[in-house]
Design a protein around this ligand. Structure first.
Ligand code: LHQ
Length: 277
């Protein structure tokens, strides 16, 4: 089977996931981490299923994605009981292997998705679970949720993009404090610090996330993808390089049907009807 045919086959299949849930409402997809009894901590199986689900989002018709967790937690990071990360007497464990095989591709896949990704953080987000949320484009959190860079409690360094995103989002001093102290940061404080977009009442979280996803799903997807590309490239670029990137991306957006529609709708004083192309 060619790769494209295989992708169509996968996208059309109803997958029988064990550790996540996958749902689509129109063009808005939702992936729910679903091991609530272990606060949705990551296992190798969950990584495999997340990869399949993200491939499905990437190759199917989705135009927005919500990431959330089942039960009272969002995600408690790596499942510390899993064989590969468990300390055994005399056994050497190479943690870089699980990062290279699972976490790093996961974070890069979320960042590379050409559509808006919303994290709806419904409860505690710890370790790689916190940094999984921070890889999203918009992070909403329930007021009762908290973010914990739990790694230092285990003698580890923040991974899954933590050392990249923390200082960029909250600055060096706060990033260092979060990483070194490994204390919970409440959702509201996280929003005040700029770690996340917004804290919302617990009972409103999923309604807000859904409304935002549906809004994005009816929006100019091609443009959103380029906003994402531009902002994500910014931290590593000079001003001149970033201006050149903006010009290149704006050239592409300028050729889009949505740009023509946006301008026409403005001039005709009506709401735009975007197709995402
Ligand atoms: C868990 C976990 C968990 C298993 C709660 N695993 N069961 C990447 C690559 C390779 C190696 C290492 O790491 C990494 C990246 C990382 O993510 S390292 C960081 C790993 N995560 C943590 O260190 C957080 C560990 N969890 C906690 O500190 C607490 O559970 C938090 C603060 C998240 C929540 O506390 P509570 O609300 O008091 O809940 P709890 O502790 O009672 O947890 C509920 C259940 O979930 C409990 O199971 P049980 O059978 O006793 O009811 C926990 O054992 C289980 N659980 N996190 N990461």
């Amino acid at each position: 089977m060619t790769l494209r045919l295989y992708e169509i086959y996968i996208a059309g299949m109803e997958m029988d996931y064990k550790t996540i849930l996958y749902a689509e409402e129109g063009a808005a997809a939702t992936i729910t981490l679903n091991r609530p009894e272990k606060l949705n901590s990551f296992t190798a199986e969950m990584h495999g299923e997340l990869k399949l689900a993200l491939d499905r989002v990437r190759t199917g018709g989705a135009r927005a994605l919500v990431l959330t967790g089942a039960g009272r937690g969002f995600c408690a990071g790596q499942d510390l009981g899993e064989r590969a990360v468990t300390m055994r007497a005399g056994a050497e464990v190479d943690l870089s292997k699980t990062l290279s095989a699972n976490y790093n591709p996961l974070i890069l896949a979320i960042r590379a998705l050409e559509l808006p990704v919303i994290a709806a953080v419904n409860g505690v987000a710890a370790g790689a679970g916190a940094n999984f949320a921070l890889a999203a484009d918009i992070v909403l959190a329930a007021r009762s949720a908290s973010f914990i860079q739990a790694f230092a409690r285990l003698g580890l360094v923040p991974d899954a993009g933590g050392t990249y995103h923390l200082p960029r989002l909250v600055g060096h001093a706060r990033g260092m404090g979060l990483a070194m102290l490994a204390e919970p940061l409440a959702a509201e404080r996280a929003a005040e610090w700029g770690l996340i977009w917004k804290a919302v009442d617990d009972d409103k979280l999923m309604d807000e996330a859904r409304a935002l996803a549906l809004k994005f799903a009816a929006g100019p997807t091609l443009g959103y993808a380029r906003i994402k590309r531009a902002l994500n490239a910014s931290a590593g670029n000079t001003l001149a390089a970033q201006l050149a990137l903006e010009a290149e991306l704006q050239r592409e957006c300028g050729h889009s049907a949505d740009y023509r529609e946006g301008v026409a709708a403005f001039l005709e004083k009506r709401p735009p009807s975007f197709t995402g192309r």
